[in-house]
Design a protein around this ligand. Structure first.
Ligand code: ASP
Length: 435
């Protein structure tokens, strides 16, 4: 059986076992024991194996990607296209979210007593998030992208800063005489290869890790919450599905000239990894492998677009943010004018760019948006109980949007022929993160 089929099997069996356990023995001591001694540890080890490769992978692939583009003007051109696509697709998804939430108005059906109860249960968790809340947007948001100390930025998993450092290294390499730059480029190529090998090892664990992560989530999930917040959850999931199936397919077809059917078929491993880890960062290694090996994207383009995308391109998150902010405004009876709703779209796009690609990465930023448009930030307590399921779903769309971006940039800049993706793999050369 192929690895990605095994992973899908892990996902399906884990979900089925978790839901069954939750039905038959909700909160039973043995279930808690299994979760804390088996399911969660196995899942966490898999997740950490992936996460530990992220910093070296981003540094190696992005620096090589930038250096591979050759000269600074070309880096600027490809970079501009990439970021323009990110912003365009993210704005589309935020707008779609706003339209849906205005049509369905899920917040108006929430019982005030349910609202009260949720606020009380999740207040503590919301306050925890609030301490992470950054103090709004300002010039410092941009200043902070330039780190004082790259090692510290890496230790804090500050991805925007790491992206900045990697781009600077790449630019510097292109400005140096070839002979002087070469040893470092070879070192990075070797680093990229090492990381890919580690990821290969981690992926052997994936079927079990995915089983553990999904079992842990589903066996503890509060299904009764789903009943009271059902309409809100349904609007988010429907929005994500519409965005993925219609909007991303159209973008792949028009901008990437690739058949959406081929696209969706080839990227299955990324979908499963994103869904089970709820983390764009943890899915980055799989995404790079999928882009290079399945879609046959040139490594210098995949290495450039995907690391930046895993932090900056979050279509699912912006759609989710737009819906959530309006939903909570409806629940708390705050009227948002059309102008304010446009502010929500802009903020949803900007905060989706700034959100960390980790589970729940966007939650502190949603509190910033809530506060900006006059909804009490603690209101987020209402939705925290169902966030994990929505996180899995929005992260999946985030990752698909990264791959749609790489298809577009590769087709328009990298001399990539979409036909290559449709051909079956030739007995394959070594996978490599290097250009
Ligand atoms: N978990 C999401 C991601 O990694 C970020 C978020 O929306 O919380 O892409």
């Amino acid at each position: 059986m192929k690895l990605h089929n095994k992973i899908i099997l892990g996902l399906v069996l884990g979900a089925a076992a978790g839901v069954t356990a939750n039905r038959l023995a909700p909160g039973a001591p043995w279930l808690t024991w299994v979760n804390s001694n088996v399911a969660n540890p196995v899942g966490q080890i898999f997740l950490r194996m992936l996460l530990m490769t992220v910093i070296p992978l981003v540094f190696a692939s992005l620096t090589l990607g930038v250096a591979g583009l050759g000269d600074v003007r070309r880096i600027g051109q490809v970079g501009f296209k990439t970021v323009a696509y990110f912003l365009f697709s993210t704005a589309l998804s935020a707008t779609l979210g706003l339209v849906l939430v205005n049509l369905v108005r899920p917040g108006e059906g929430i019982d005030p007593s349910v609202q009260q109860q949720l606020m009380e249960t999740y207040r503590g968790q919301a306050q925890g998030l609030q301490s992470n809340m950054q103090s709004g947007f300002g010039i410092n948001t941009f200043v902070n992208i330039v780190p004082r100390n790259p090692v510290q930025a890496a230790a804090n998993l500050d991805m925007l800063a790491i992206i900045f450092v990697s781009i600077m290294f790449g630019v510097a390499l292109t400005l140096m005489p070839e002979g002087r730059a070469k040893p470092f480029i070879q070192l990075l190529e070797a680093l990229g290869d090492i990381v890919i090998k580690i990821i290969d090892i981690a992926m052997k664990l994936a079927p079990f890790g995915v089983f553990g992560l999904i079992f842990f989530t589903t066996s503890r999930f509060g299904w009764e919450l789903l009943r009271s917040l059902g309409l809100y959850v349904a609007v988010v999931v429907a929005g994500l599905l519409i965005h993925a199936i219609i909007v991303i397919s159209l973008l792949v077809r028009t901008f990437g000239r690739l058949s959406p059917l081929v696209f969706w078929k080839k990227i299955r491993p990324s979908i499963v990894t994103a869904f089970s880890t709820s983390s764009s960062n943890a899915t980055l290694p799989t995404n790079i492998a999928v882009a290079e090996q399945e879609l046959k994207i040139p490594p210098k383009i995949a290495g450039f677009v995907l690391p930046i995308g895993s932090t900056m391109c979050m279509n699912g998150t912006s759609l989710y943010e737009g819906i959530t902010v309006l939903f909570l405004a409806q629940v708390f009876g705050v009227h948002l004018s059309l102008g304010t709703q446009l502010v929500v779209v802009v903020l949803a796009v900007l905060t989706a760019v700034g959100a960390a690609g980790v589970p729940g990465g966007s939650l502190p930023l949603i509190m910033v948006v809530l506060a900006t448009v006059g909804v009490p930030p603690e209101a987020i307590a209402v939705i925290l109980g169902v966030d994990r399921i929505l996180d899995m779903s929005r992260t999946t769309v985030n990752v698909c949007s990264d791959l749609s971006a790489v298809v577009y940039v590769a087709r328009s800049e990298g001399g990539w022929d979409p036909q290559l993706a449709s051909r079956e793999a030739v007995p394959n050369p070594e996978p490599s993160a290097a250009a």
